[in-house]
Design a protein around this ligand. Sequence first.
Ligand code: ZN
Length: 459
Amino acid sequence: MTVRFRSVLICLFVVVVAGWQVDAQQRQLKPGFNLFSVEQDIQLGREAASEIEKQVQVSSDRELTEYFQRIGRRLASQPAAGKFPYTFKVVLDKDINAFALPGGFTYMNTGLIVQADNEAQIAGVIAHEISHVALRHGTNQASKANLIQLPALLAGGMAGSNTMLGQLAQLGIGLGAQSVLLKFSRGAEQDADLLGARIMSSAGYNPLDMARFFEKLEAAAGKGGPAFQFLSSHPKPGNRVKAVEQEIRYLPAREYDAGEGDLARMKTIVDSLHKNMPARRAPSNAQGTGPSRPADARPAGGFSQCQGPGFDMACPGNWKTFGDQRSGSVTFAAEQGLVQTGTGVSIAYGALAGTYSPADGRVVLDRDTAQLIRQFQADNPGLRASGSARRGRVDGSPALVTPLIAQSAFAGEREMSQLVTVDRGNALFYLVLIAPESESRYAASAFDQMLRSVRFRQH
Ligand code: ZN
């Protein structure tokens, strides 16, 4: 199944400290109505984690991971975090994001570390996420959303070979952007803020740092910075920050002395990891645009003939050909589909075609497709095959269509592409059809038409 990781929205944490000081006013926070057992929360979370880890790049950097784990465990060991088997993993991704799955499987992007001024700000995000787990918000919302079929499904003890995630998907409960499992109500957000503040404070972090982090992300979003996507899904964060600042004056004075490592050192590690994440490069004669919207690069204007190395094809009328046929690979895209990134021009919406010659001069379709994917990965470490390849024919030759997933050069987007490899005897022909996930439905029919129109020139 498809997991839209990028659109999995982390919910921002805000420290709401109303009723903090006076015990009589402190709100009771307990998990709400839930058809799932705690064990089922954990099973579902474990299955979802294994799906998600196929599609994101979990960092293998030990120092960074252990730092995150120390902060996470400090917070998760507070009684308010409940008894869940919390795990903490770092995702190599420049976007500002973090999220936790039911049962406590918690992820933080490297992009978040770049933005944080101190450890308490990181701790605040994690404390908020832990609170969603402890309050069982995901399965609470799923329970409320499907009262009719869910009880039977859960009581059935997950009969058969299908996973819980697979069975829930049949009820329309998945991991997509709007999933009840991952996008919470405003009330749930407020509860997670409140519990998160309590967890932070008891773990030795100042909840005030949350408010400061919030302000910073808000300011960055105002300038069109990387926090925009993050904050756009949250209602009026400015007002929430103000509320925090007003309430924070009533907090009892105490020592906040938690510290699990050297954040400056972690930022250095993250910087070097980010530097080694090149985007797929477009040919040198392609100019990337500034910030553009995926819809501007959408196939339009009918189809017209275009040419690549050794083949002819129909291309969308508004797309141009970049690169040289003699160079071995060409790019077809609208100018808005080529995005300037820190490392060059990336094909964010378009197609890349070329040929690849196996060392032994004889194509073995599966082997050489795998080898080609490895070559793409060297240029784009986040890229990976997603799901199983389909066999078919392109202009009469045996072909393989492999779904690929990667980080899109469009901000806040995940890229869903199709790698088409064709056995041409002594050379492997390839065509990569690239689109951000939000454009899948517009791209699909154009890609299908392009692929069916491929005609190899005889040599
Ligand atoms: Zn949240």
